[in-house]
Design a protein around this ligand. Structure first.
Ligand SMILES: *[C@@H]1O[C@H](CO)[C@@H](O)[C@H](O)[C@H]1NC(C)=O
Length: 289
């Protein structure tokens, strides 16, 4: 009796330990996953690899990139943005391939003067061509706490999500001649830099360097993705992964409608003056752009 409950207790403890290890593995470790690429000591990995912070002063910003390259996957990152007067600063979390004709999937967070909202800027580049911007305000203060920003990238579509709420879908419309990122592996990048020539209120509001250094925090990076690299024999089949076919269900469609009707502040697909020759093809095809 005693023995069996003791062994039950032991297996319970073993289960808890394994669950914690699994959770830790899932959350990733910045020492294992990322390289600091610029800014020297302005970029810091700490707390045993669980946290990463970037800072910006008048001499430099800072940034990191993933050690791995990926071809399709689900990429989650928690971010807490520069608080207070963040005007002129841009914090990023994005995927990009390298070289000419590159592909890129962007989240950029454009700072603002105190009390004014951040702008979340999204874009997709395929074979070197972008010009697919959508911008949003947020339904929360992104500097007060960590929130989860997600890019789902599969062969059919790209979904941008915030706290699991889809804000944007970019569909694969290759059948109609629209380039789609699907063959160039990408790395994950994060950076904090000064863009006061354009970022805040069209460049009118400049960075207040008396408030420097500015700091943004990252944690809980997770890539559930196909890793491409020298140690990888071939692209692993993504057929059994939820992200590989993920689209929007009814709840997702309701949520994206809510976000796009209340929080979208710019959509290239509505910018007729920018495309006098006619809106891009995908704008006519997709309901949720
Ligand atoms: C900053 O605040 C202004 C005023 O509320 C707003 O129009 C703008 O979209 C905000 N974001 C940026 C990046 O300028």
């Amino acid at each position: 009796m005693k023995g069996s409950s003791y062994s039950g207790y032991k297996s319970f403890i073993a289960f808890v330990v394994m669950a914690c290890l699994a959770a830790a593995a899932l959350a990733g470790n910045f020492y294992d996953d990322m390289d600091i690429t610029f800014g020297n000591e302005r970029a810091k990995i700490f707390n045993g690899g669980q946290d990463l912070s970037l800072s910006l002063d008048r001499y430099s910003g800072s940034g990191f990139q993933s050690k791995n390259e990926y071809l399709f996957g689900r990429f989650d990152m928690q971010l807490k943005l520069v608080p207070g007067n963040s005007a002129g600063t841009v914090t990023t979390f994005y995927l990009s391939s390298q070289g000419a004709g590159h592909d890129e999937i962007d989240f950029e967070f454009l700072g603002n003067s105190s009390g004014n909202p951040y702008t979340i800027h999204t874009n997709v580049y395929a074979q070197g061509k972008g010009d697919k911007e959508q911008q949003f305000h947020l339904w929360f203060d992104p500097t007060a706490a960590f929130h989860t920003y997600t890019i789902i990238w599969n062969s059919q579509r790209i979904i941008f999500m915030i706290d699991n709420i889809p804000i944007r879908v970019f569909n694969n419309n290759e059948a109609y001649g629209v380039p789609y990122p699907k063959s160039q592996p990408m790395r994950v990048y994060g950076s904090l830099w000064n863009a006061d020539d354009w970022a805040t209120q069209g460049g009118r509001v400049k960075t207040d360097w008396t408030k420097a250094p500015f700091t943004a925090s990252y944690r809980k990076f997770n890539a559930d993705a196909n890793i491409i690299g020298p140690n990888q024999k071939s692209t692993t089949s993504d057929n059994n992964k939820a992200w590989s076919t993920q689209g929007l269900d009814a709840a997702g469609r309701n949520r994206i409608r809510w976000v796009q009707s209340k929080y979208m502040i710019y959509n290239y697909c509505n910018d007729i003056t920018r495309f006098p020759g006619g809106l891009p093809t995908e704008c006519k095809r997709s309901k949720f752009l």
